[in-house]
Write a protein that binds this ligand. Structure first.
Ligand SMILES: Cc1cc2nc3c(=O)[nH]c(=O)nc-3n(C[C@H](O)[C@H](O)[C@H](O)COP(=O)(O)O)c2cc1C
Length: 215
């Protein structure tokens, strides 16, 4: 089988890539908007891009042709926190991926607990085993006028790793039980869960009959 991406739509290319390049780690990114409202959302087009200075790369798509809140906030404030994600956080991560209105914070609605960061304003997520406080180094809009993604390069200014998950100068990666994303609705839990499926949720459906999330 061969496929020419220039003859494929955005969803077709997305499906091809996300079903071939996996498992991908998931960054749960916290940002704040100009008014200080906290935003949290997961991103699996995510990886390490430089060791010194330590830098992470996150690729953010558009929603209805517009930037997602995470990128708008990161551009406006220059700050973000990348929280690592574990298999026990999977269902809450799925909630955080819903398209919440920009003036409502996902934090409480998703059951995440904010703890202050030290060098940037967005909070860390207490449920994560490790956090990386970051400043925006660069944003590249990919693919020219018709490109679908922007690549955010973030420099880590402070690492946090839970004490019991760190020994002899190194994170105990085998004990982190991280969560990985694969194609379609597949995930990998690197602890006890193994491969499992989780369907995306729509905010409009989920929010029916619920109180609006606190802002
Ligand atoms: C596991 C997972 C991984 C995701 N990875 C990405 C990604 O790499 N890039 C992206 O643009 N959206 C990704 N999404 C979708 C965003 O999380 C979603 O669009 C979210 O609503 C963005 O929130 P924001 O507008 O508050 O930034 C992912 C969703 C899930 C559930």
């Amino acid at each position: 089988m061969q496929a020419d991406p220039s003859h494929m739509s955005l969803p077709e290319n997305h499906r091809m890539l996300s079903n071939l390049v996996f498992p991908r780690p998931i960054a749960l990114v916290t940002t704040v908007n100009a008014g200080g409202l906290v935003n949290v959302a997961p991103f699996s087009f995510f990886g390490v891009v430089c060791a010194k200075p330590p830098m992470l790369g996150i690729s953010l798509g558009k929603r209805n042709g517009r930037e997602k809140d995470t990128l708008a906030n990161a551009r406006a404030t220059g700050e973000l926190v990348v929280n690592l994600t574990t298999e026990s956080m999977a269902e809450r991560i799925n909630l955080a991926a819903m398209d919440f209105p920009p003036d409502h914070s996902e934090l409480a609605a998703c059951g995440f607990t904010p703890v202050p960061a030290r060098r940037v304003r967005p909070p860390r997520i207490a449920e994560s085993p490790a956090h990386m406080e970051c400043r925006v180094a660069q944003v590249m809009d990919l693919g020219g006028k018709h490109g679908s993604h922007s690549f955010l390069v973030a420099e880590v200014v402070l690492f946090h790793v839970r004490d019991e998950l760190f020994s002899e100068g190194t994170p105990k990666s085998r004990d982190l039980k991280l969560l990985g994303r694969a194609g379609n609705d597949d995930y990998f839990g690197l602890g006890d869960r193994g491969r499992f499926e989780m369907k995306r949720l729509q905010y409009e459906e989920w929010s029916k009959g619920r109180e609006p999330p606190p802002g």
